[in-house]
Design a protein around this ligand. Structure first.
Ligand SMILES: Nc1ncnc2c1ncn2[C@@H]1O[C@H](COP(=O)(O)OP(=O)(O)OP(=O)(O)O)[C@@H](O)[C@H]1O
Ligand SMILES: [Mg+2]
Length: 450
């Protein structure tokens, strides 16, 4: 088998040459690239020059022994996993090794399946750690844009549009389900625009009683209505030279819609109860989680206003349409809430990651964010486990996809099926499928060709 960088590598250290020979044979047959050294000193030397993530070492050796080797490795390269081999009857030594950070121990005389299982799991653990590190590095690279996370094609398209339209003064309509990031994008457009030194004023049209919305937007004169004790400026004036974000614009009543249309057309309006015409230079960004077009058809939203708002439309994809962004987003929120709660939570177990991938996220990114906050708060170690996830997500096992395989099916056929089904689950994303399967992306390509 050709040795590639992505093949799993294990370093075996034992002063007994025949043990080295048989371990090499056993592990190579499992697909490992195996390095053999007959002393702890030589083992350390090999670790310096070559990249091993797993070390399988004997405990009793002349010179430096396995325990010292373990301690040295854990002190200098903690991400390397060490499996210790001990003679039968020296279980206290094995316990001590575990306390010093060994991943596992196997007793001599060695049993082939136990060795294979232990080394394979140690490798999986090391690979998961490396993966999490890589994700974090990728995250830091994309997080420059005040943390709008997403490398999926759908999200990149959104960000491209944001860059293109930010400088213009045209009205933008953001459409997308609840929690997809409409407000986040509205703020990003403002930040990237030439108005970024001006104010960003937001108003949620659904949260303000109909009777107050008009005065909130346009202001009022003293005595304009009962309770109007003094003149007040509206948000349209407060947002002068800046951006006004009209959140949930679908909830606006027809009278206010008419007045809004005029500001958009002429850039001017009067306060409630006033006659003075007020000019304002505002860029409007509107958002809606309902389709405004449908509301126009149902005659509950003015068609002319719709066209005024819809000069540039950005549709925000749901999270289930861009599942490949889930690992990055989860990592991002985990780091954020670990920081906030001063906890050293660093990784997400593979099983938890699978559950996150399988959930359908009706509340989109906001729901994912809440899920990770929940998980970090409950997490006891450095890894988010399935029991840390909210029940709604963890119980979602039905949504996990299963594959039924008849006993006796040749292994390479099983492998092929699993890869294909995983690809289906990731909607064809090979990198993500590889990540879930714990193999290199190029291995996915290669296996599919066979
Ligand atoms: N791509 C993203 N990267 C990082 N965080 C995101 C992303 N999208 C959304 N969020 C976060 O998810 C939460 C919800 O986003 P936001 O409030 O912008 O959604 P929304 O579409 O306005 O939802 P609603 O319609 O319910 O008001 C926020 O905390 C936001 O920071
Ligand atoms: Mg919102």
């Amino acid at each position: 088998m050709e040795a590639t960088r992505t093949q799993p590598r294990v370093l075996v250290v034992d002063d007994d040459q025949s043990a080295l020979d048989s371990l090499r044979q056993i592990l190579e047959r499992e697909g490992f690239v195996v390095g053999c050294e007959s002393s702890a000193e030589a083992g350390l030397e090999a670790l310096r020059s070559e990249d091993y993530v797993v070390v399988l070492s004997d405990l009793r050796m002349p010179g430096m022994d396995g325990m010292d080797l373990l301690k040295t490795i854990k002190a200098s390269r903690p991400d390397t996993e060490v499996v210790i081999m001990t003679a039968f009857g020296t279980i206290e030594k094995a316990v001590e090794a575990m306390r010093e950070g060994a991943y596992d121990f196997v007793t001599k005389p060695l049993k082939r399946p136990l060795v294979v299982r232990s080394v394979t799991r140690a490798h999986e653990k090391a690979a998961l750690k490396a993966e999490n590190l890589a994700l974090r590095a990728e995250l830091e690279a994309v997080a420059g844009d005040r943390s709008i996370i997403g490398t999926s094609a759908a999200m990149r398209k959104v960000m491209d549009t944001v860059s293109q339209v930010a400088q213009a003064s045209a009205t933008v309509l953001l459409q997308g389900e609840s929690g997809t990031g409409k407000e986040l994008i509205a703020r990003a457009i403002h930040r990237k625009s030439s108005r970024s030194n001006g104010p960003f004023v937001a108003i949620n049209c659904a949260a303000i009683p109909v009777t107050l919305l008009e005065s909130e937007l346009f202001g009022h004169e003293r005595g304009a209505f009962t309770g109007a004790f003094s003149r007040r400026e509206g948000r349209f004036k407060l947002a002068d030279r800046g951006t006004l974000f009209l959140d949930e614009v679908a909830e606006m009543d027809p009278m206010v819609q008419a007045k809004l249309l005029r500001v958009l057309q002429e850039g001017e309006f009067e306060r409630l109860g006033g006659t003075q015409t007020i000019k304002t230079d505002v860029r409007v960004i509107a958002s809606s989680n309902k389709s405004l077009m449908d509301l126009v058809k149902a005659k509950s939203f003015r068609e002319d206003l719709f066209y005024r708002l819809n000069v540039i439309m950005i549709h925000l994809p749901t999270l289930r349409e861009r599942t490949e962004d889930i690992p990055l987003l989860a990592q991002h929120f985990m780091a954020r809430y670990a920081d906030k709660n001063r906890k050293d939570v660093r990784t997400i177990s593979r099983e938890s990651a699978e559950l996150l991938m399988a959930h359908d996220w009706p509340g989109n990114v906001r729901e994912l964010e809440n899920t990770l906050e929940h998980a970090v708060v409950l997490c006891r170690g450095d890894t988010v486990r399935t029991e840390d996830l909210p029940e709604l997500v963890a119980r979602d096992t039905d949504a996990r996809q299963f594959l039924t395989i008849q006993l006796g099916t040749p292994l390479d056929e099983i492998e092929h099926k699993v890869i294909q089904q995983t690809l289906r689950m990731t909607k064809g994303n090979k990198r993500l499928a590889a990540q879930l399967l714990g193999i290199a992306t190029r291995t996915v390509y290669r296996k599919l060709e066979n």
